[in-house]
Design a protein around this ligand. Structure first.
Ligand code: BDR
Ligand code: CA
Length: 310
């Protein structure tokens, strides 16, 4: 199986991404690191453990990381995810412990001890932990197999400001470090995730699985959808973070191209914008594979089938 580290700020969509990864034998989840984002770190590190316990995977290493962005004040998203970050189903408080290591130490240690070129990083929140690891131990960059992240948006615009998507907006300086690190990057922006809508039949199919895990997942989607439908007026809300894991499992569900991506960190109007050179109008080097399309039915089929096994 392909070894991965998931860096996350659950978030209902993060929770579904974690379930999909934990349910997939093609992936070896070496550890899950929490970062401040959708809600503060105390809650994201709690929420990761709630999801692991729901999945029956209490042996997974879970580390807490940065409690705030590199330079900016933390912006959270309770308006989307509720007060806890995982509003929806009622689940017990977690009892599994957090690992004693800081997330940044865990990421560095794992990349430096595992065979070079084997470990994939999957960031699903602001990129603070990944940037801190790269800054603290630059020798990890060439050892990373790939960074597959959810973040940014270009034709679709932003969801937090007109220009910026939440994960990049919260810590643009961290995103700038990551996009400049030289490791292979696959970016899954809003342009792709806004095509993976949580329609009523898709949520119903998940609920119909009938297991405890699938029911909780369906309730998370119900909660998440309420906000997004009001906001976007679409039939169902976009489901962002599980696309990262789905791409690792079935890349044939996605389409995109290799382009240059730079992060805006100076202008207050467009702070955190991902400037994607989709049409190749500059000679800036290609530093990311940007996915723009997804086969939404195939994606939901995969998600539902896998969650059904937990
Ligand atoms: C991203 O922001 C968060 O609210 C979601 O979990 C996702 O990672 C989408 O912009
Ligand atoms: Ca997230």
């Amino acid at each position: 199986p392909r070894p991965i580290i998931i860096d996350t700020d659950p978030g209902q969509d993060d929770a579904l991404a974690l379930l999909l990864a934990l349910a997939s034998p093609e992936l070896e989840v070496l550890g899950i690191t929490a970062v401040a984002g959708n809600v503060p770190l105390a809650l994201t590190s709690r929420n990761v453990r709630i999801v692991c316990e729901l999945a029956g995977r209490t042996g997974v290493t879970v580390c807490a990381g940065a409690d705030r962005p590199l330079l900016r004040t933390l912006v959270t998203a309770e308006q989307v995810h509720g007060k806890t970050g995982l509003d929806g189903p009622v689940l017990p408080e977690p009892t599994m412990p957090l690992d004693k290591r800081h997330a940044v130490d865990f990421i560095i240690e794992t990349l430096m001890t595992r065979e070079a070129g084997t470990v994939t990083l999957c960031p699903l929140g602001p990129l603070t932990n990944i940037a801190l690891a790269l800054a603290r131990e630059p020798r990890i960059a060439p050892r990373i197999r790939e960074i597959v992240l959810m973040g940014g948006g270009f034709f679709e615009g932003g969801n937090t400001t007109p220009a910026a998507e939440f994960n990049i907006y919260v810590d643009p300086q961290a995103a700038q470090i990551v996009f400049g690190c030289g490791a292979p990057i696959t970016m899954i922006p809003l342009d792709c995730t806004h095509k993976a809508l949580t329609t009523a039949p898709r949520i119903a199919a998940l609920r119909a699985v009938g297991t405890k895990v699938a029911s909780a997942a369906a309730e998370w989607l119900d909660f998440f959808e309420r906000f997004d439908v009001q906001k976007y007026g679409s039939e169902g809300g976009p489901l962002h973070d599980p696309c990262v894991i789905a791409w690792l499992l079935k890349p044939e569900l996605f389409a995109g191209r290799g382009v240059n991506v730079e992060i805006e960190t100076a202008s207050s109007l467009t702070m955190g914008m991902t400037v994607v050179d989709w049409w190749g109008v500059t000679d800036r080097p290609k530093n990311a594979m940007v996915l723009r399309d997804v086969d939404a039915d195939g994606f939901y089929r995969l998600l539902t089938e896998r969650i059904a096994t937990l």
